[in-house]
Ligand binder design. Structure first.
Ligand SMILES: [Zn+2]
Length: 238
């Protein structure tokens, strides 16, 4: 199990992972975890990805080795965008589609986790995306924003100030590792754990926490299996 495997299996198909990485690590982890369950998060690649293929006619996408799920034609490779100052996300149809998806998802979300994202101040599109979360009136007042980064808190606050309007209740929580996050505490039940704790006044702790330890997929499967069985019965209790 790698931290990417844990990240993927900790989420369900109502969730979304948006990645800026071009490398295949996330897709490879997705393929490994899809042997445990098909109920996995959607993936979007905001700068393209070497494993992602796109059908321009149907606006559908998937692994480059697969065919379009709608028309059955071969998928084309996606463009890889380099981290430059003025990225034109609208120019490329695949990238534009990926940004549309993440904007929609973020608007409807309650828990947002930033994992290993350095939040460069030049990234205008990312700033826009985040403004979309926070400038939505009282709707997002109780959102949970977790920023996972090993940097010092002062430095992080400085980096993120352009992104996050720290007025009122929107203070993000800074964490040093994925294993401290709400996703690791409540794998596949983050929003359920969150609402129990913050809306129903529950004082308990997640009993299925993902721990930072070396283990094989088979070993981890034993831990997660009772949750996967409950998923199949639409039982999303903690
Ligand atoms: Zn197609």
């Amino acid at each position: 199990m790698t931290v990417y495997d844990y990240l993927i299996i900790s989420l369900r198909n109502k969730d979304l992972i948006a990645s800026f990485n071009w490398d295949p690590l996330l897709v490879q982890a997705y393929n490994r975890m899809s042997k445990l369950t098909k109920d996995l998060p959607d993936l979007v690649f905001l700068h393209g990805n070497i494993c992602a293929g796109f059908c321009i006619d149907c606006k559908s996408y998937g692994h480059i080795k697969n065919v379009c799920q709608i028309c059955g034609k071969a998928l084309s490779p996606t463009r890889l965008l380099y981290p430059i100052k003025n990225k034109d996300y609208e120019k490329d149809p695949f990238i534009a589609e990926q940004w549309r998806r993440v904007k929609k998802w973020v608007k409807d979300s309650t828990i947002v986790t930033f994992f290993g994202y350095s939040a460069p101040k030049t990234d205008a599109a990312a700033i826009e995306l985040l403004k979309n979360i926070y400038n939505d009136g009282p709707l997002h007042r109780f959102d949970r924003i977790e920023i996972i980064d090993i940097k010092e808190k002062k430095l992080l606050e400085n980096t993120w100030e352009d992104f996050i309007n720290v007025e009122g209740a929107y203070n993000p929580i800074y964490l040093k590792s994925f294993y401290e996050s709400i996703l690791a505490e409540f794998p596949r039940r983050s929003i359920e754990g969150y609402s129990e704790r913050y809306f129903n006044g529950w004082w308990g702790k997640g009993s299925n926490r993902i721990l930072e330890k070396k283990q094989t997929i088979k070993e981890f499967h034993r831990q997660i299996k009772p949750i996967l069985i409950k998923d199949q019965k639409d039982d999303f209790s903690l």
